[in-house]
Design a protein around this ligand. Sequence first.
Ligand SMILES: Cc1cc2nc3c(=O)[nH]c(=O)nc-3n(C[C@H](O)[C@H](O)[C@H](O)COP(=O)(O)OP(=O)(O)OC[C@H]3O[C@@H](n4cnc5c(N)ncnc54)[C@H](O)[C@@H]3O)c2cc1C
Length: 587
Amino acid sequence: MKTLPSVDVVIVGGGWSGLLMAKELGARTALSVVVLERGGPRKTADYADDMDEVDYAIRLHMMQDASKETVTLRHTRSARALPLREHIAFLPGTGIGGAGEHWAGVTPRPLPDCFEILSSTMRRYGKARLPEDHAIQDWGVTYDQLEPYFTRAELLMGISGKAGNLRGKQIEGGNIFEGWRSAEYPTPATKTPYFPALFRDAARSLGYHPHPIPSATISQAYTNPDGVTRPGCTYCGFCARFGCMIGARAQPSNTLLPVIEKHKNVSIRTGANVRRIVHEDAGGKSRANGVKYRDASGEEILQPAELVFLASWTLNNTRLLLLSDVGEAYDAATGRGSTGRNLTHQVEIGAVHAFFKQPLNLFMGSGAAGIHVSDVDGDLLDHSALPFLRGGFFLAESSTSRPIANFGVVPPSVKAAWGAEWKKAAVEYYDRTGRIGFSGEHLAYRENYMDLDATYRDQYGDALLRFTLNWRENERKMVEFITPKAVEIARAMGATEMIPFQGLGNYDTRYYQSTHIQGGTIMGASPSNSVVNPYLQHWQVPNLFVLGGSVFPHNPAVNPTLTILALTLHTADAVVDRYLKKPEALA
Ligand SMILES: Cc1cc2nc3c(=O)[nH]c(=O)nc-3n(C[C@H](O)[C@H](O)[C@H](O)COP(=O)(O)OP(=O)(O)OC[C@H]3O[C@@H](n4cnc5c(N)ncnc54)[C@H](O)[C@@H]3O)c2cc1C
């Protein structure tokens, strides 16, 4: 094994969270910072000819190769887990920028009570209403503490949107249910394509409060506080799963790299697959001394460092702690230990597929050009008489119609399943089929968790991560409750036929849900039930920080990346302003 000279900081993972921390440390300190990224380099110019649906959206060339590393899954603790041979339900990214290079750019803020979900639910409904097997807990930070960081993250990406709550004043047209915001969005909302406009008008006619989706694919040219300029969106339609060829969507490669490249104290090493955190434990104290990785040639390398940040997304943040024996692994049988607990996957479904007489022009737009309806999110409904807790939001987007992935959905009146009649109907309905989605909160449960698989191993012989994960009655009842509401909106839009969602059975990896998998290294106010403190510092290893969705104690209905960036900025301030002056526990 080769040992390299020591650096001040090593960051594992070159996605949004890792590169944002690298940018902050590079710009604000003189520390030597090394980012280790397992995939290859990337830049906007690489996407100039990117409209290849087979390569990007079907063969997933920007994503993790499941033949080299995957997870195993079982629904219950007593079942045998089997490896996912393909990534379908969620798509782990790889390479510089991570999944942020091919995300959809939907960037709402979570409702304020998400951060205090246990306290607020107990206050309103009492302990008896909590699901039997729940593991929900407060996050250890409040929305008010994070508000300035949400604002900074929005400024960084130039988010387009319309405020619905400016310093407590409700503004029609924006999301009037959102938490207070200290500033309007940096850029105006994007254009509303035809199908989302139909949805908006129908939802409004039914008394809902539709509002434009906050979007990291921006409506007009924008220069952020770091001096990085990006152009406005051209609504080309090739968005999520593709790199943005003009750089209108905020991606780590076009938003963070231009700044990082100016700071000589930061270097990025690609093809560096980190396998272990090296640490010493003596006298009840632990310290990280660096990380071990394999370079592209397979050679094992030790990179010593004073400060270690994990930013390798939910799966590898959790797996690296487990493989390295850092902290205590969660044991679902006894409830002891924390690493691996509170695995969640946002409840994301096509609540209804609706068929129309007229074309919907769904081939143009962007992954976030559309409309949300948040009237049923969080605890906005009174759940006293409802058979579930919490909620989510409805969404209608454009750019959902790609010729290969989205071809072949026909209405129930078409009885043929193949042949000339089916083909004719499939062509007819290709651009006449719209989807009203629903994105719901996923509570944490004691028996939904991650640990190391005893049987299956990756390309290097290390144990795969094992998911024990299934839906509970809370999610099933929530979906049962909202589906008829989506049908009602589709009817008001003029849909001629519909296919409503058939209900959540077992957790099913055969269809894409979202890449919003959280938990495993959760944050909290106490070392007894969390892995990291509110500054994302490991409770037992003070020079180790963990960034990303793995720190979410449960899964709010909204997409996670804005919150991931806000928490990363919160940690960067704590490290620069406090930890570097006095390296000790921050909480
Ligand atoms: C198709 C798609 C659409 C999405 N749309 C949205 C959306 O609209 N809104 C939203 O909020 N979120 C969305 N997401 C999710 C969003 O992309 C992620 O939340 C975000 O990218 C997470 O950033 P991260 O830096 O924490 O992790 P990642 O982006 O996953 O980056 C982690 C990096 O770590 C590297 N890595 C992993 N393991 C190792 C290792 N052992 N050694 C070295 N490097 C390693 C990976 O290669 C990767 O580059 C979407 C994701 C996908 C795939």
